[in-house]
Design a binder for this molecule. Structure first.
Ligand code: SAM
Length: 230
């Protein structure tokens, strides 16, 4: 039986790759990756020579059929995204769904856990995270208002992802929504920027305070936002 290993990879610091992930990446027949050049950097760093093939959310049916054919032939594959855990705001689940619902294909699917911006941020939140809501990226246009209302009204802390280009806009929209819903908008947030990287920063404060701090620190970066519940 062939195996598909779903492998978490570093979100910045290459030393965060696990020993098990390295062993599997070395041993499989092929590595499916979002961006082959990016994954190649990781492989070069650890002297891994396994072949790679690009697989991402826009991959065509022809590519998916090719991957299914390799699995049918008994090949062992690894699936890795650009950073973090596949399937969390990243490709992975569509392929897995095709495999598990496809007739006559028996593939062992094995998670190889490791870094994720989601769990890294949750681990340093400093508020109870036994229950939380993860909402991925805010939508660009439609349903944006509803999205932020759901964040502000949530019974549980909410975690969302944001890019350097949209972080200020999203925090401003969050602040406005808070002001609309609550008479005294004092909601606190925690923002993880460039987690595990050289310029990692963790901001803590009200939405207004964090907007000012991010405006001042001009460096770019990836962001995870945790919005405390009421
Ligand atoms: N699957 C990935 C994971 O498990 O973390 C997430 C992929 S998603 C396409 C990329 C987003 O994750 C970024 O836009 C950012 O919001 C967040 N992210 C990734 N790396 C990060 C880091 N080092 N620090 C803060 N946020 C990060």
């Amino acid at each position: 039986m062939s195996t598909l290993y779903v492998i978490a990879s570093p979100i910045g610091n290459l030393k965060d790759i696990t020993l098990r992930a390295l062993e599997i990446l070395k041993g499989v027949d092929l590595i499916l990756c979002e961006d082959t050049r990016r994954t190649q950097k990781l492989l070069n760093r650890f002297g891994i020579k396994t072949r790679t093939l690009s697989y991402h959310q826009h991959s065509k049916l022809k590519k998916i059929n090719y991957i299914l054919e390799l699995l049918r032939q008994g090949k062992d594959l690894a699936l890795i995204s650009d950073a973090g855990t596949p399937g969390i705001s990243d490709p992975g689940n569509k392929l897995i769904q095709t495999i598990v619902t496809g007739p006559g294909l028996v593939v062992k699917i094995v998670p190889v856990p490791g870094p994720s911006a989601l769990t890294a941020a949750a681990s340093i939140a400093g508020v109870p995270m036994d229950k939380f809501l993860f909402l991925g990226f805010p939508p660009a246009k439609r349903k944006r208002k509803k999205y932020f209302e759901e964040v502000i009204k949530s019974k549980y802390p909410v975690i969302f992802y944001e890019s350097p280009y949209r972080i200020l806009k999203s925090l401003r929209d969050l602040r406005e929504t808070d002001a609309k819903i609550n008479a005294k908008p004092t909601r606190k947030i925690v923002v993880g920027r460039e987690l595990t990287k050289k310029f990692e920063i963790i901001y803590r404060g009200t939405i207004e305070e964090i907007i000012e701090k991010i405006k001042k620190d001009k460096i770019k970066g990836e962001f995870v936002v945790i919005v405390e519940n009421k």
